[in-house]
Design a protein around this ligand. Sequence first.
Ligand SMILES: Cc1cc2nc3c(=O)[nH]c(=O)nc-3n(C[C@H](O)[C@H](O)[C@H](O)COP(=O)(O)OP(=O)(O)OC[C@H]3O[C@@H](n4cnc5c(N)ncnc54)[C@H](O)[C@@H]3O)c2cc1C
Length: 406
Amino acid sequence: MTQQAQRVDVLIGGAGFAGLALAIALRQGLGPSFAVTVADPALGRAAGDARASAIVAAARRLFETIGVWDKVAAQPILDMVVTDSRLSDAVRPTFLTFDGDVEAGEPFAHMVENGPLLAALVEKAKAEGVMLREAAVADFETTTNYAAVRLSDGETLDARLVVAADGAHSKIRERAGIACHGWSYSQSAIVTTVVHERDHHGRAEEHFLPAGPFAILPLTGRRSSIVWTEGAHEAERIVALSDADFHVELERRFGLHLGDIEAVGPRRVHPLGLSVARAFVKDRLALVGDAAHVIHPIAGQGLNMGLKDVAALAEVIVDAARLGLDPGSLAVLERYQRWRRFDTMAMGIATDGLNRLFSNHSAALRLARDFGLGLVERLPALKQFFIREAAGLTGEVPKLLRGEAL
Ligand SMILES: Cc1cc2nc3c(=O)[nH]c(=O)nc-3n(C[C@H](O)[C@H](O)[C@H](O)COP(=O)(O)OP(=O)(O)OC[C@H]3O[C@@H](n4cnc5c(N)ncnc54)[C@H](O)[C@@H]3O)c2cc1C
């Protein structure tokens, strides 16, 4: 298997946001002699991904530092309102508002469409000399000094480090025998894009309804991205409706404050769950992004967490390689695991708790949570803390998320 194998320093399985951002950061940090290959059977094909992502300030700094931010159209989120009501309530009282910047002139988040962001990452990876392979990681075996990797096109590579960036159903993680903690929520998110008559003025809205959160997230122009949580069966029923019936369901939740609305582009359903890998590293293997953790999109933090993994792992590898250490050794990789695993568990528990607290019909729970939201609304210091937390700027922030090159 290893005789004519090509040798690379890092082989990344998965050319999603996490895999590509890591590849670019490594080449920029360690130069052209550090060989990085990314393999993905669906290389750069974001077609059908109707989603847009809330990119928090820290993640935006990473994209800016690696040189892709100016290639995508981004809509700043200038303020956010949170409501909590029943679907039938005529008025949705606002319990919490967020506005202002994390630093002067720096909004706490931007909305970016997934397709153009992925395309920009592919172009940048090519420009940095990352080897891109349109093939899956089919198998790998770890020896003392390298991992022998077999791609689905039959080619073999010897890598000092394999990175699993192959998403929620990671085959690489499975092949390594790493199990996950977690569960399904029996909820799904309906995702679509809406055009509306009036300007959103950069306002994001999160309406907590008994079936789950209904988020209206501003895109460039008079458009918004919808992330609409329902029970899994109800979500399937709703996306299968005729355009006219879908419009009625959408308008009941969206309201009329932005004038006439129309759903455009594909409607997609994403089943929701929580899953955190029991280990983020093994000898010659590291997990990043959804391969390491999947959380509820209630706080729009999944990709942002993946980018935190990328920033931390890139920093650990670059520091080790500059000292002449083996970037695939467990001793080096454990620094990455220590850095990211606790933070990930904390975010997983927080989003799980939020979802349980808000996605239910209990009037008593509504009273309690609205009291909590009201408290945060009235305490500016607490509110500012939550804004910085949501923006990814608390704790031990890796260099790329501070906007510093490696
Ligand atoms: C409805 C919804 C809304 C969301 N909104 C937000 C948000 O606003 N903000 C946010 O931060 N996050 C959000 N998220 C989460 C975010 O979308 C994910 O965390 C992110 O896409 C994960 O990126 P990734 O690169 O880790 O994995 P993916 O994007 O899943 O990429 C994995 C890649 O691996 C490839 N692959 C699969 N198997 C193999 C193999 N064997 N070998 C090689 N390659 C392979 C796939 O083809 C794919 O290209 C949302 C999620 C959902 C469901």
